[in-house]
Structure formats: C-alpha cells, structure tokens
Ligand binder design. Structure first.
Ligand SMILES: Nc1nc2c(ncn2[C@@H]2O[C@H](COP(=O)(O)OP(=O)(O)OP(=O)(O)O)[C@@H](O)[C@H]2O)c(=O)[nH]1
Ligand SMILES: [Mg+2]
Length: 392
C-alpha cells in the first residue's frame, strides 16, 4: 500500500510591516516564498489595559489571494470598533498552501490612545483652558506677573513641537499652523536661537521660550544651561552666546529671568538610548537643583514626548504598563515626580482625552511651582517696575 506523504508546511511570511494612516486604516505589506495561494490575516482588538488577560473585544479575519493581491492588504478601520477608546491591536499573518496547510504566524502589535471627534476635541480643550486659567494660573497672573517658561532638551526631542502643541491646546484649535519651526525627522538641528511664543490665558499671557538643543551635558553645556535659567536672554540668543555671565546680571536689570522650565524628553530616545539619557537627565537635574544661589532649586517639570510612537511600537507587552515603566524611569533620573507623557499634536490631528489631561496636568503643575517659592519670583516682586518690553 502506498504511503501518503504529509503536505509540507509553507514558510512563514517575512518582513511584516504596517503603516497606520490618519483614519487608522492599515497598509499591511510582507514577503513570502514558495507555493502559496492565500494569506490569512487575523486582526484582534483588546481594550488598553486588558491586553494579555484573555479574549479580544473584537476580532476579524481577512483573506488575501496571492495571485490577485500579491503580498499587501489595505485594511479599513472596522466601523464596529469605537475610536474613542484606546486599543491594543494584534495582526497575525499566516501563509496557506494549495493543500490548505497553514504556516507559522508572523505577528505584529500596535496600540494607540483614544481619539476624540473634532467637536469633542475643541470642547474638551476649551474647557480645560478655562479651568486652567481660572483655577491654576490666575493667582500668579493676577499679580501682573508674566509667566516665562523655558522649553529645553536634547536635539529633536520635540521642544518646538511642544510649543506648537501648547499653542493649539490653548487656542482649542488643532488646525492652527505651526508657530515654531520643527525639524523634519533625521535632519540637522532646527532651532538655532531662543524664540518666544506668547500664549493667551484669559486677559493675560504665558510666554514659552523655545531654545536650541542642549545635547551632550558636558561641563560647558551645564554652565550655559545655568546661565539660561538665571538671567533674561534676548530673543535669538544662540547657545554659544550663553557664556557664564551670571555675575553681570544677577539682579536681572536687563529683563526678567524665566520662572520655570519644561525639560523635553522623547520616550523613543529614552527607550533606545537609556544609558545616555539617564546620565543626561541626572546632569540636567543637577543644574536645576543648584540653579539660583545654589540654595533653592529652579522649578521644572518633564514632558515625555512621542507617546504615540512609543505606544505603537511596544511588542508583546501591555503598552500602558510599558509607558508607565518608562515614565517611572524618567522620574528617577530627572529627580522629579512631575513627568507627563504626551503626544505633541500636529496640525490637523485629533486630540486624545488622555493626552489633553496629561498636558493640562503638566501646565497646572508648572503654574504651582513659581508661586511656591521660586527664587526668581522673589526678585520679581522687587522688579515689577521693569517695563515688560524689556523682559522679552
Ligand atoms: N509622532 C510624534 N512626533 C513628534 C512628537 N514630537 C515631535 N515630533 C517630531 O519629532 C521631530 C523633531 O521635533 P522638533 O519639535 O523639531 O524637535 P526639537 O527638539 O525642537 O529639535 P531641535 O530644534 O532641532 O533641537 C519632528 O519631526 C516632529 O514632528 C510627538 O509627540 N509624536
Ligand atoms: Mg526646535
């Protein structure tokens, strides 16, 4: 009697890649060798935070005929999955032979925050701006003090994008054009000199000062950062001009020094260059802790940017836990509990309730710090006769 040989298992597809379009439809591409007639793509959605706990909340199977479609599939976002919730999505791709035998799976995981509708986006941002103005920042601004906040950090961590993000949030309008130049990914340094961005808060304003990158935290850079924290710097000041001239302007007669700073740290840099980032943050924190008169620390918070890319790229793990772990690590090395994970909104994007909340928590924290005893606040009480036009 002839022995029937078992049909061979096809090779697993390779190079599985997914691009997420703005409407969250997926461009899926891969490569495959051998006698394959079809691919089976299994798509599963888990509510963020429940991933790894059992059954998916939604699942879909897509079949791709190799002869007709090759090794690619455009997968629309399913109408039954609400975009207003954060999701973890897994894609499992198997090749199928003529004999109906399936290959081992190639897998990829993606995740993203909730997405508000256009109407909900402007309503939520408007409400948060009003609350911030009335409850958080009013006591400081009512005393006619203009809050000046520095945006500092390494190259391409998202300092200028944070300025644009805050501008869009304060105006409750994510369609606003960029106010500060951002760097296309991978290019040279974008911001070469300090640039102010004044944002309206009721009848007052907060000035955010975008700065050139402070990348390697060597002794020279630390001195320059110290100078930047301690004196008023005219618009357009370049990094190399921040010499240690603290003695010349201790009392800020040429203008008011900044009140606080946002240290901008990309979660992607933190993930990929952790040793380097740990040293960088510790040295930056050292400068803040010893900024003015070496007795009182300079107020700062940390914006951990690229939350969207970070969540999207987490594989085989609950993305929210991975994010919390990264934030905890940044807190430890930046020597502060005030670390907020955000996505800098680009023009035309939709907001996420989670990101709006982190953004306004960061701002609320910043508004608390100067009133609570920043040394510059004490100086300002005596220097309020200064014309604001000199204050930059
Ligand atoms: N996906 C995503 N991209 C971001 C985010 N923040 C910034 N980017 C992108 O990261 C790149 C660098 O952003 P910039 O704002 O120019 O960074 P920078 O720190 O001002 O850069 P320099 O001025 O050159 O030091 C740009 O391509 C931004 O669009 C974010 O939260 N998410
Ligand atoms: Mg910049």
């Amino acid at each position: 009697m002839a022995v029937l040989s078992k049909p061979a298992q096809p090779a697993k597809p390779t190079g599985l890649k997914v691009t997420v379009r703005a409407d969250k439809s997926l461009e899926v591409r891969w490569e495959a060798d051998g006698e394959i007639v079809m691919f089976v793509l299994d798509q599963r959605f888990y509510q963020m935070g429940t991933f790894g706990w059992g059954k998916p909340d939604h699942s879909f199977v897509h079949e791709v005929n190799r002869e007709e479609n090759g090794c690619a599939k455009l997968v629309p976002f399913p109408a039954t999955v609400p975009k207003t919730q954060p999701w973890v999505m897994t894609l499992t791709l198997k090749a199928k032979s003529q004999d109906g035998v399936l290959s081992d799976p190639a897998e990829i995981q993606l995740a993203w925050d909730d997405e508000q509708t256009e109407g909900a986006t402007s309503k939520d941002l408007y409400q948060r701006s009003i609350n911030f103005e009335r409850n958080q920042v009013a006591p400081f601004l009512q005393a006619k003090r203009k809050l000046k906040i520095l945006l500092i950090g390494g190259q391409h961590h998202g300092k200028s994008s944070l300025g644009n993000h805050l501008d869009r949030c304060f105006h409750s309008d994510l369609k606003r054009f960029d106010q500060l130049d951002q760097a296309p990914a991978g290019t040279d340094e974008r911001t070469m000199g300090t640039k102010s961005l004044k944002l309206p808060v009721g009848s007052n304003e907060i000035t955010f000062i975008d700065t050139p990158a402070f990348s390697a935290m060597d002794e020279e850079t630390m001195k320059r950062l110290h100078t930047l924290l301690s004196i008023h710097t005219p618009e357009g000041t370049r990094r190399q001009n921040l010499t240690d001239n603290l003695e010349q302007d201790t009392w800020g007669f040429s203008g008011k020094p900044p009140h606080a700073a946002i240290v901008v740290v990309s979660l992607l840099h933190w993930r990929d260059q952790q040793d380097e980032m740990q040293k960088y943050l510790r040295k930056t924190a050292d400068v803040f802790k010893n900024a003015s008169w070496k007795t009182v620390e300079f107020p700062y918070v940390v914006a951990a940017t690229h939350r969207d890319e970070f969540l999207k790229d987490v594989q085989k793990e609950d993305p929210m836990s991975a994010l919390q772990k990264a934030v905890a690590g940044i807190k430890k090395f930046a020597l502060t509990d005030h670390v907020y994970a955000i996505t800098n909104y680009k023009r035309g994007s939709l907001a996420s309730a989670a990101v709006n909340e982190e953004t306004f928590d960061l701002l609320a924290q910043l508004a608390q710090v100067p009133a609570a005893g920043c040394p510059n606040f004490v100086i300002l009480a005596t220097l309020d006769f200064l014309d604001d036009s000199t204050a930059g």
